[in-house]
Design a protein. Structure first.
Length: 257
């Protein structure tokens, strides 16, 4: 495999890395040769995830740091960790996200602010904090994990859709602003992916059937399929791609819900 399709020697910081899409991204980037740094808020779950990947990549095991990136001080703790390691990331995957799905009028103010901090502000601030590291290399990449809910109406609740739409606009803005720094900024937008978070809604047979009916490929996606798109956007082979969003949705956005 040529160097254009490898990440050997590159440092990749993946947030929300202990489960689902984030864990799949950490595994995929490790397989491509990256030195992966995993961040998530639950230290026990994070360590179990790190150890699982380390078993497969004994020559290049990932490292991990527990932090809640919805909190500003915790974001600065991650920055201190990077400095202590003496590592400057080439890749930042902003995957942290959460949701509380309900009608718009039922959200409390503190719940709205928490969703904004978790899903959007964390990516904005982590991008800013990592920018000096990324700029050092002259050929770096940020990938934001957004959602189809930031592009069309789905039943996730309006705050979640707001944050994901904001993440897509952040992607476009940073791609233009930081292009001359050698930093490419792209996004992926998943539809229903088989994770802990989607297990509840998809357990309803009627709802599951409706989701499948509106997905042209007639199945639920897997975390590894999102991770593959994320990894591609990080590769040297994608060096002329910036400001883009790849929908990993089985055709959903071409069909509607």
């Amino acid at each position: 495999m040529t160097a254009r399709w490898r990440l050997d020697g590159q440092v990749a910081l993946v947030t929300g890395a202990s489960r689902g899409i984030g864990l799949a991204c950490a595994r995929e980037l490790s397989a491509l040769g990256a030195n992966v740094l995993m961040v998530a808020r639950d230290p026990d779950v994070l360590e179990a995830a790190r150890a699982e990947i380390a078993e497969s990549f004994t020559d290049n095991p990932p490292r991990s740091f527990a932090a809640d990136l919805a909190d500003g001080e915790s974001r600065l703790d991650v920055l201190d960790w990077l400095r202590d390691l003496g590592l400057a990331p080439h890749i930042l995957v902003n995957n942290v996200g959460d949701n509380r799905s309900r009608p718009t009028l039922e959200y409390a103010a503190d719940e709205l602010h928490w969703l904004l901090e978790t899903n959007l502000v964390s990516a904005f601030e982590m991008s800013r904090l990592c920018q000096p590291f990324l700029r050092e290399h002259g050929a770096s990449s940020i990938v934001n994990v957004a959602s189809v809910s930031g592009m069309t109406h789905v039943r996730t609740g309006s705050p979640y859709g707001m944050t994901k739409a904001g993440l897509l606009q952040l992607t476009r803005n940073l791609a233009c602003e930081w292009a001359l720094d050698g930093i490419r900024v792209n996004a992926v937008a998943p539809w229903y992916i088989r994770t802990d978070r989607t297990r509840g809604p998809l357990a309803d047979p009627a709802y599951y059937d409706e989701v499948i009916e509106h997905t042209p490929m007639r199945r639920i996606g897997e975390p590894e399929e999102v991770a593959a798109a994320v990894a591609f956007l990080c590769l040297p082979a994608a060096s002329y791609i910036t400001g883009e969003c790849i929908a990993v949705d089985g055709g959903f956005l071409r069909h509607g819900f």
